[in-house]
Design a protein around this ligand. Structure first.
Ligand SMILES: Nc1nc2c(ncn2[C@@H]2O[C@H](COP(=O)(O)OP(=O)(O)O)[C@@H](O)[C@H]2O)c(=O)[nH]1
Ligand SMILES: [Mg+2]
Length: 273
């Protein structure tokens, strides 16, 4: 009981000590309100508006920075060398003969060539999407969030695959998600470690010719049958990749021997820290 009394006393004391503070605070509040009343209301509104707009701008900048994509889609026909390239970019090794049938098809990592570099590096989200009609939904899932597309072509066995690869590339280049967002495409002529590999100029020309043929045959079919979202190229002119609204570049590489500098450069330019 006594402790309770003591405690009450202390509380009273504290209250009386706080009293002057409370008065001071009230005075300040009064002064502030008076000051605000003196300012013309238009000025006040303008100040509030400026404050609000700048806060919103700052917030949206942060938002956009955070949502900037770091996804790179790695695709192409089966056997073109996507898996080897995936390993090379991630580990700096092709893992020939040491890997089981469990293939990775997705990973977020700092490029191997940058892993021991000091300073800023940003992890890349690399997705391996095999060019198979069964997996087409996977392509539609990842393309809208892609910062770039690496389209792998087998430069050794190019001619037998030219038509199929061109058809697949045509489908990608006419997708709304790619055209509207102008997603850059890198055509990666792989396996150039072999002397019999075709050059990137040859591959580019052949694919342009093939796509030109496709363009004619597909526009002849009724528009309802084929669901390509956009037309390619300039009507009446032979097709060239330079006519695409998104940037299409061609490079040579070898996933097997680790000559992938151009691919890394392409990725680094799109996935900036
Ligand atoms: N000579 C050579 N062969 C390669 C290269 N990249 C992949 N290959 C071979 O091509 C075959 C298919 O490669 P893989 O990565 O599994 O292709 P994916 O089906 O696109 O994933 C394998 O036998 C690889 O050893 C390369 O740069 N040079
Ligand atoms: Mg594979």
């Amino acid at each position: 009981m006594e402790a309770m009394e003591q405690w009450k006393d202390q509380l009273e004391q504290l209250k009386s000590q706080l009293e002057p503070w409370k008065n001071q605070l009230e005075q300040w509040l009064h002064q502030a309100i008076e000051y605000l009343n003196q300012i013309p209301p238009t000025q006040l509104y303008a100040a509030v508006a400026v404050l609000l707009i700048s806060t919103l701008l700052l917030l949206s900048f942060r938002f956009f920075k955070c949502t900037k994509s770091n996804t790179i889609v790695l695709t192409g026909l089966s056997g073109s060398g996507k898996t080897v390239l995936f390993y090379q970019l991630r580990d700096g090794s092709s893992h020939q003969g040491t890997v089981t049938s469990m293939e990775p098809n997705e990973g977020t990592f700092v490029l191997n060539s940058e892993s021991n570099k000091k300073g800023k590096t940003k992890p890349v989200h690399l997705v391996d999407v095999p060019g198979h009609s069964r997996l087409q939904p996977k392509l539609d899932e990842f393309l809208p969030q892609a910062a770039g597309i690496v389209f792998v072509v087998d430069a050794l066995e190019f001619l037998p695959n030219c038509r199929l690869a061109s058809e697949y590339l045509y489908d990608i280049l006419t997708k709304a998600s790619v055209v509207k967002k102008k997603i850059p495409v890198l055509i990666c002529c792989n396996k150039t470690d072999k002397v019999t590999a075709h050059t990137k100029e040859f591959i580019r020309k052949q694919m342009e010719k093939e796509i030109d043929k496709l363009r004619v045959s597909r526009s002849a079919i009724s528009a309802a049958d084929i669901s390509n979202d956009f037309d390619l190229g300039v009507p009446g002119e032979a097709f060239a990749f330079s006519q695409c609204r998104n940037k299409v570049t061609v490079t040579e590489a070898s996933g097997l021997t680790g000559e992938v500098a151009q691919v890394e450069q392409f990725i680094r330019e799109l996935v900036k820290p």
